[in-house]
Design a protein around this ligand. Structure first.
Ligand SMILES: Cc1cc2nc3c(=O)[nH]c(=O)nc-3n(C[C@H](O)[C@H](O)[C@H](O)COP(=O)(O)OP(=O)(O)OC[C@H]3O[C@@H](n4cnc5c(N)ncnc54)[C@H](O)[C@@H]3O)c2cc1C
Length: 373
């Protein structure tokens, strides 16, 4: 590789955020390099794995609103790449009927006219077999929600980026960033100069930002991604139209528990706990806490009687969340739900949308990066 290459933009980190940002930059005719520390594809960050939930069912309107644009941008990538990235499955939301969060989610769906079906304890099992609805829980189905095929989407974004002339350098760790009108980015293999830099380093963000003197209140946690075996094969299968689900709160936990129909591994349903224990991204599997799995086992045993209550497969993934409790619910979402928000987040910066802007303003403050749309 030749050193001292010049670009309009260098993107650091080839997870979903960086890959989609790079693809959009190339679409906007920006000469762009995407730098990744590991050989691609890899399973060390937050963007690996085959599936992610796409939904509008949030307590806040702004997430529901941004999803129209997000769906359209993923659909555009589907068309350009000629691959299927999304499967509509519906999303079952369950939670204490009178809880603030559950009520808010329902209201968001209603206010934004998102197609939904409200289920009662009487008709619940006609629609959702093999699940026990807890007494006092409400249940709604967001009809248009579904599954984004994550690994495939990441591959498609990177391939389209390259087709548009973008340069991917993997196995190349960024070791230094020198700000200035032209930013100098040094890696383990060379030096890049660019008018702008986008930093999408996920769990390694603070390590990278340390080169700049900037630190963010971020915390990295390990999520145990659990797959549970069906007792009767097909009971929770995507082909039998079993939906994704979120339990907003349960006897077992105040945290969300969520799941996706059996799909990527035949006969195994993915059910996870929406919190984890602090981890070092370079020594992820030294974090061996399984208290989340204990909670999930109790939940599965009680609410999903058609699954063996012991995970058959456990994979690992990292969340990067805001450490401060003040911003936890909003900002951790910003960092953690990139699949849903990734396309507009990287490009459509609206001054009035503080939440979507949060990460972008960080890039802007640091890099002088500005919206191209
Ligand atoms: C179990 C789990 C379930 C999830 N479910 C959902 C869901 O249903 N819906 C949803 O929308 N989101 C979901 N998310 C969240 C979503 O997956 C993440 O928010 C998203 O993948 C984050 O992408 P990223 O690009 O910011 O980070 P990453 O994927 O971690 O990418 C960062 C990249 O930067 C690279 N990098 C870091 N430092 C350097 C350096 N110095 N030099 C070069 N490269 C570097 C890393 O190697 C990495 O490839 C889930 C996440 C997990 C873990």
């Amino acid at each position: 590789m030749s050193t001292n290459q010049e670009f309009d933009c260098v993107v650091i980190g080839a997870g979903v955020q960086g890959s989609f940002a790079a693809y959009q930059l190339a679409k906007h005719k920006q000469k762009t390099a995407l730098l990744e520390q590991f050989v691609l594809p890899h399973t060390r960050g937050s963007s690996h794995g085959q599936t992610r939930i796409m939904r509008k069912a949030y307590a806040e309107d702004f997430y529901a609103n941004m999803m129209d644009e997000t769906y359209e941008l993923w659909a555009q990538l589907e068309r350009e790449a000629g691959v299927k990235l999304y499967r509509q499955t519906g999303l079952l939301v369950m939670g204490p009927e009178k809880s603030h969060y559950f009520e808010q989610v329902k209201k968001t769906l209603q206010r934004n006219r998102v197609p939904m079906v409200t289920l009662t304890s009487d008709n619940f099992n006609q629609h959702i077999p093999h699940v026990k609805l807890t007494e006092g829980d409400g249940a709604v189905v967001e009809v248009t929600a579904g599954v984004l095929y994550a690994d495939r989407a990441l591959k498609a974004a990177q391939a389209q980026f390259q087709k548009l002339g973008g340069v991917i350098r993997d196995n190349e760790m960024v070791t230094d960033i020198k700000p200035g009108p032209i930013v100098t980015v040094s890696t383990s293999a060379g030096v890049y100069r660019a008018k702008r830099v986008v930093i999408t380093a996920g769990p390694w963000a603070n390590r990278l930002l340390a080169h700049t003197g900037l630190q963010l209140p971020l915390e990295v946690v390990k999520i145990n991604v659990c797959y549970w075996k069906e007792k009767a094969p097909g009971s929770y299968d995507v082909r039998r139209r079993f939906p994704c689900f979120i339990s907003t709160e349960s006897q077992e936990s105040k945290e969300h528990i969520y799941g996706l129909p059996s799909n990527e591994y035949p006969g195994l349903m993915k059910i996870c706990y929406h919190a984890g224990s602090k981890a070092d991204p370079d020594q992820r599997d030294q974090q061996t806490d399984r208290s989340d799995i204990d909670i999930l086992q109790c939940y599965v045993k009680r609410c999903f009687p058609g699954l063996f209550p012991e995970p058959a497969v456990v994979e690992s993934c990292l969340y990067t969340v805001m450490a401060s409790s003040l911003d936890q619910s909003l900002a951790s979402f910003c960092v953690n739900s990139a699949w849903e928000r990734c396309p507009p987040m990287t490009f459509h910066l609206s001054e009035s949308d503080a939440f979507r802007q949060t990460p972008n303003q960080l890039y802007r403050a640091w890099t002088g990066y500005s919206s191209l749309s």
